[in-house]
Design a protein around this ligand. Structure first.
Ligand code: PA5
Length: 443
């Protein structure tokens, strides 16, 4: 269950009510599917519209991977990577792979999200002579980073199992009708899963894009979809005062109007580090357009209180924080007593780590608020497959409303093309020859 609070946001009397008509207009635009990018709203009612036949096939594929592999290499970048990794660490923690043998799940390594040779070699070394499968994920089917990684891992599979048997270990998640990966999957006979047409990368992690790696790692797909379904129903509510998604979007707009151009999504559980990465992509790629937007940053506390904490407390006053707090940790260890008390820590003896973490969170929040950084809070009862489905939908809808209030199309990403064109020209890709000389002269 998600609870949202504005208690420490420093809102003025009547401020929320004043912005209410704007949020309601954005809500209606979204729900009536009349805004910019409305053809990309496949996520909005995904809970009721997903392909049940494919869902059953995903579960079977995950079972097969668990039975014939120790490792799954999930190849993708951006929206074709972040959600699955966020989900796996959300539920199983930052050591999900080291602890995989204690549950029904394989180790999942993510490749194709960079162009580092050392990174790929490290995964080869980790796999060693163990059995593995590959899930290559690309909606367009033409993204360079995953395409390079796929060639490398396909070669390894073919070396180990032979060309024919390797095919049985390759799962492709891509467009249902077109693209290089789609064509290759048909030609080679790889098992195929579809990224639905109306679903952009950063809204795709609860489709086959994220579901196959998450299921292979041991997450419960039915629970994810139950969380998604409950959130869809809960936030399908036009009443501003009882809809937290609308209130959060309102607060973001208010913060921006006060010059708070940076939002820090802070957590106190390392299991949420990758969720922060997922959030950054969702908001940056959706809102950062036409020289507008709130720059999303993520922070892991208390770790980062000893690095960027200084700036949040005392630096330029252009930011606000949204703190995710989790009520029930996976375990709760108690600080032992020590008669000698040389470290002076006996004031904490007998207290649980969760209790101490919570006091760190409470104290930090008030310190930051006193320093001029307003705080919003998102409270979760636990980190489970269910809560993951719920939280993903919560942030999707907050983002969509915020972006409509900002006046941008949340569902495109024209700015991502600029680096790709330069890279293609420098690499000598056919069609980009004219740009190369000019770029080389500038470097
Ligand atoms: O959100 C997005 O649309 C992007 O981050 C894409 O997911 C990313 O660029 C990868 O694209 P593709 O799945 O086509 O390889």
């Amino acid at each position: 269950m998600i609870k949202f609070s504005t208690k420490n946001a420093g809102l003025l009397e009547g401020e929320l009510e004043k912005i209410q008509p704007q949020v309601e207009a954005a809500y209606n635009t979204l729900m009536n599917r009349s805004g910019a990018g409305a053809e990309m709203l496949g996520w909005l009612n995904l809970a009721n519209e997903y392909d049940k036949e494919e869902f059953a096939r995903l579960k079977s594929a995950a079972k097969k991977i668990q039975s014939d592999s120790d490792v799954l290499v999930s190849i993708g970048i951006g929206g074709s990577y972040l959600g699955a990794r966020a989900g796996i660490e959300f539920v199983f923690g930052p050591f999900a792979n080291q602890l995989a043998k204690d549950r029904d799940g394989v180790e999942v390594y993510f490749a194709g999200s960079n162009i580092s040779s050392s990174y790929v070699q490290n995964i080869f070394d980790i796999i060693g002579d163990r059995d593995f499968s590959v899930n290559v994920i690309s909606k367009s089917g033409t993204t360079t980073e995953p395409a390079v990684a796929f060639r490398l891992f396909k070669e390894k599979l073919e070396e180990k199992y032979g060309k024919e048997a390797a095919k049985d270990r390759i799962y492709c998640t891509t467009d249902g009708n077109k693209g290089a990966l789609h064509d290759m999957a048909i030609e080679e006979g790889y098992e195929r899963f579809v990224v639905p047409d109306a679903t952009g990368g950063r809204f795709s992690c609860l489709t086959a894009v994220g579901l196959l790696p998450m299921a292979a790692a041991g997450m419960d797909l039915d629970e994810i979809m139950r969380g998604l379904s409950d959130a869809t129903e809960k936030y399908n509510n036009p009443d501003f005062m009882t809809n937290d998604v609308m209130k959060y979007a309102a607060c973001r707009t208010i913060m921006l109007s006060r010059g708070k151009v940076i939002e820090i999504l802070a957590n106190y559980e390392p299991s949420l580090t990758m969720f922060g990465e997922w959030y950054k992509q969702l908001f940056a790629e959706s809102e950062g357009k036409e020289h507008k937007g709130i720059f999303p940053v993520s922070a892991n506390f208390s770790t980062d209180l000893h690095s960027i904490g200084q700036f949040i407390q005392d630096g330029a006053r252009n930011m606000f924080e949204t703190v995710i707090w989790v009520d029930k940790p996976q375990t709760d260890l108690t600080v032992p007593n020590d008669e000698a008390n040389v470290d002076g820590l006996n004031f904490a003896s007998g207290k649980t780590m969760q209790f101490m973490n919570q006091q760190a969170m409470r104290g930090t929040m008030l310190a930051h608020v006193d320093g001029g950084t307003p705080n919003l809070t998102v409270n979760l009862d636990e980190l489970s497959s269910y809560t993951f489905g719920e939280l993903v939908y919560f942030f999707w809808k907050v983002l969509a409303l915020s972006a409509y209030m900002l006046g941008v199309n949340p569902f495109d990403q024209p700015g991502v093309e600029a680096y790709k064109k330069n890279m293609f020209a420098l690499l000598g890709k056919p069609g980009f020859e004219d740009m190369k000389a000019d770029l080389e002269a500038r470097l």
